[in-house]
Design a protein around this ligand. Structure first.
Ligand code: NI
Length: 138
């Protein structure tokens, strides 16, 4: 095995507005080169795709959930869902954001179908403002 992997160069056709937006984003994020930013964007798309396609495979990631605490019984419901999926939940963190909003970060590991089911059950609850799942490609 040699140390460093070789690279492939190729050309991509994009609308100028998308390229401008991409350049603005990676520069403001602190990337030093477009290649490194594109590399990470590719990696992120692949992770996302693998997660969507996976059936019975194992995945790891985190569910980030923003919800209103003043919705009747929502807190209880969110807790009960998490108890039912305890075999795929490694850990969770609750942050009291404002008077009426909470953020929950749930680290998950295990069966992709089960994790998908968990995110869907949380997502559809009334009072859940936003849910994101960050899948990592192990
Ligand atoms: Ni809270």
């Amino acid at each position: 095995m040699t140390g460093k992997q070789s690279v492939v160069r190729f050309s991509v056709s994009l609308p100028p507005s998308l390229m401008r937006e991409f350049d603005e984003v990676w520069k403001s994020m602190g990337y030093k080169s477009r290649s490194k930013a594109a590399h990470d964007a590719f990696r992120s798309l692949i992770s996302e795709f693998k997660w969507m396609r996976k059936k019975a495979e194992k995945i790891i990631g985190a569910i980030v959930l923003l919800y209103y605490v003043d919705m009747p019984s929502l807190l209880d419901q969110i807790m009960h869902v998490q108890h039912r999926f305890e075999d795929v939940i490694c850990s969770s963190m609750h942050v009291h954001l404002t008077q009426d909003k909470c953020l929950e970060i749930i680290a998950v590991k295990g069966d992709a179908q089960e994790i998908k089911q968990l995110t869907q059950e949380l997502m559809i609850k009334k009072g859940v403002k936003q849910l994101k799942f960050a899948a990592m490609a192990p």
